[in-house]
Design a protein around this ligand. Structure first.
Ligand SMILES: [Zn+2]
Length: 76
């Protein structure tokens, strides 16, 4: 007397071979920027008006160039 209970295997879950391709999102957004001359910190490199104001207010009279303060940045 053997009761064979057929176990219905429901493999409804198809494991799709989805290789999780790493999203290489280069976030080149700098969090902050600091003046190379006086090390004053600025919140964002996008606030170029602040950089300009800072340079003109503090360093222009010193004979510094804008790039002395913020290398790689362009004065607007
Ligand atoms: Zn400065």
């Amino acid at each position: 007397m053997a009761q064979q209970r057929a176990q219905a295997k429901k493999e409804a879950e198809k494991v799709g071979g989805g290789g999780s391709a790493g999203l290489k999102s280069r976030t080149e957004s700098k969090i902050g920027l600091s003046c190379e001359v006086c090390k004053a910190a600025f919140q964002s490199v996008k606030m170029k008006q602040q950089l300009k104001d800072h340079y003109m207010a503090k360093h222009q009279a010193q004979g510094k160039t804008f790039n002395d303060c913020f290398p790689g940045e362009v004065m607007i």
